[in-house]
Design a protein around this ligand. Structure first.
Ligand code: ACM
Ligand code: ZN
Length: 545
């Protein structure tokens, strides 16, 4: 009896398995794959290796992506040639392989070659990331003509369809070169939804042809970048607004195509009806009052700016803007915000009060719901679905709106019980603008404390949901608000390495999650991130909750 236990233990060790059985620890792959079985031998990527493609169109964006990936990530270009002695083959199944679902892949590395099979281009992208993570980073650096990869067979697919990463580009502006670097990072860790928070009190970041003042005025604030965020004083009379920027439609198209090539859908967010100082600075006629709104600087609370809910021109404006947004972004979703809409102005605005009386509605919360429903009808008419922050539940919600639960999990749980689809982004696990280590040693952040171990423990499906309710949870997402983050280096520092923990929480099967093992993978992942020129926080593991 004892002897067979001993033998079984040895076999487990040899296979590199831990007590989870199929969770193989022989490889440093994030997110942890569904199944990874080590095989005997190695494959060497050298000058005799060529790429081959099966059932992948010559003009397919994924083909270009894969070809360009090798020089960028593996340090060497590989020719595309069907008759090479040794090949790395990328193949799309002609008849879908059910076990791989939409985004899965099957990666096989033997002494003679590599194959990546998938049902879709996204699957090929993910198989490629795993292959890269099998390649020792030191060897890529020191000798890219001889990269030795362990033989393995991997079958992998995601737990959730929504694996999101959010960026706020309003509080501080980030150019498209940085956004593309963020998308590369998402692809590396198999995240597939880029939630782009394009409008807020501190700047409107998107060219809208019908309303040019949104970017002529709304994209620019007085520059207070030389003082701490909380010390930014209001603008003085006549002070020029020189800080900011916006994306042209051409740039947006470029980013959307870049993302699509990596299996990433870009979801634009247009904030309605609050968080809109920048709109009211550009078009003061959309306010309830004649307060002199300006593009915000630093913190202000409570945010008074709100679009007038009783003004038909506001509704016309919103529909016009959403028309241009819908044309520009191929995503099936438009995020319409809805969070933190302080309604003090509505309580005293004759137009808003008239709308409440005429419809009739019971209160200001219902006026917000009415506005959201009007917008929703318009967006639905274009074949798209709205997403809103959990506040849109407050005055009653339609069945088709997707709820993004950020004030903890409560709103998401309520929405799932109500039969609405949900994306979980609870601030308690998923707000990467919160501190990740001891605040005394960290760059100033908005507050909170979300160390990587806590992110890792995130499960989009709360224990309190029944299996039937859990079907409504589309997945999870990490958010990066940018009040305290003004540079690409700082953004990467806040994202990394916590985004890796999020990636495993939304991709890997629950039974494959293992914090101690994940922690052992981090040093090598950080080395890889450094080689790719990403900045990251290196204190992880020192700080406990
Ligand atoms: C939010 O963090 N206000 C959605
Ligand atoms: Zn009003």
């Amino acid at each position: 009896m004892k002897a067979s236990f001993f033998l079984a233990g040895l076999l487990l060790l040899a296979a590199g398995c831990n007590q989870n059985g199929h969770l193989d620890t022989a490889f440093n792959i994030v997110p942890q794959p569904v199944e990874a079985s080590p095989q005997k031998g190695t494959f060497t990527i050298d000058k005799n290796v060529a790429l081959v493609f099966h059932h992948v169109d010559d003009a397919a964006p994924v083909k270009q992506y894969i070809e360009e990936y090798f020089p960028k990530y593996f340090g060497q270009s590989l020719p595309v040639a069907g008759d090479a002695e040794k090949t790395i083959a990328f193949a799309l199944h002609e008849t879908p392989d059910a076990k791989l679902q939409t985004e899965g892949y099957e990666l096989t590395v033997t002494e003679n070659g590599v194959t990546v099979y998938a049902n879709t281009p996204s699957g090929l992208v993910y198989g490629l990331q795993t292959l890269y993570q099998l390649a020792p980073v030191d060897s890529i650096k020191s000798n890219p003509e001889q990269i030795v990869i362990p033989a393995v067979r991997i079958i992998d697919y995601p737990r959730f369809e929504w694996r999101g990463s959010h960026r706020d580009v309003s509080r501080h502006f980030f150019d498209i070169a940085h956004i593309k670097k963020h998308l590369d990072l998402m692809a590396l860790y198999k995240l597939n939804k880029f939630h782009w928070h394009l409008t807020d009190d501190h700047g409107w970041r998107l060219e809208i042809e019908k309303y040019p003042k949104l970017t002529e005025i709304g994209a620019w604030s007085v520059d207070r970048s030389d003082v701490a965020w909380r010390e930014g004083e209001p603008p003085k009379a006549g002070e020029p607004a020189t800080y900011g920027g916006f994306y042209t439609k051409e740039e947006i198209r470029e980013v959307v195509a870049y993302a699509a090539q990596r299996g990433i859908e870009v979801i634009p967010e247009i904030e309605i009806p609050g968080h809109c100082s920048e709109i009211l600075a550009a078009y003061p006629e959309f306010a309830c009052d004649d307060f002199p709104y300006y593009v915000q600087i630093g913190p202000y609370w409570p945010p008074k700016a709100i679009l007038c809910g009783g003004n038909d021109e506001v509704m016309g404006f919103l529909k016009d803007v959403l028309d241009e947004v819908a044309d520009l972004f191929p995503s099936e979703y438009i995020h319409i915000g809805g969070d933190e809409a302080f309604k003090d102005n509505w309580k005293v605005c004759p137009k808003c009060q008239k709308r409440i009386k005429d419809l009739p509605l019971n209160n200001e919360e219902e006026l917000q719901s009415w506005m959201i429903r009007e917008v929703e009808k318009h967006v639905t008419g274009k074949g798209k679905t709205i997403i809103g922050w959990d506040e849109i539940l407050e005055g009653g919600v339609t069945p088709s709106a997707i709820i993004m639960s950020w004030r903890g999990e409560k709103g998401g749980i309520e929405a799932a019980r109500h039969g609405n689809y949900v994306i979980m982004t609870p601030n308690t696990y998923c707000y990467l603008d919160y501190y990740q280590a001891d605040a005394a040693t960290e760059p100033p952040a908005i507050g909170g404390y979300v160390p990587i171990e806590l992110v890792y423990s995130f499960d989009p499906v709360s224990d309190s949901l029944t299996a039937e309710e859990a079907r409504f949870i589309k997945g999870g997402q990490a958010n990066l608000w940018a009040e305290f983050i003004s540079t690409p280096e700082h953004a990467e520092y806040m994202l990394l390495p916590r985004l890796l923990a999020l990636s495993e929480a939304v991709w890997s099967p629950k039974q494959n999650k293992d914090w101690p093992f994940f922690a052992t993978k981090l040093p090598a992942q950080k080395k890889r991130l450094a080689a790719l020129n990403y900045n990251y926080c290196d204190k992880v593991g020192e700080v406990k909750n």
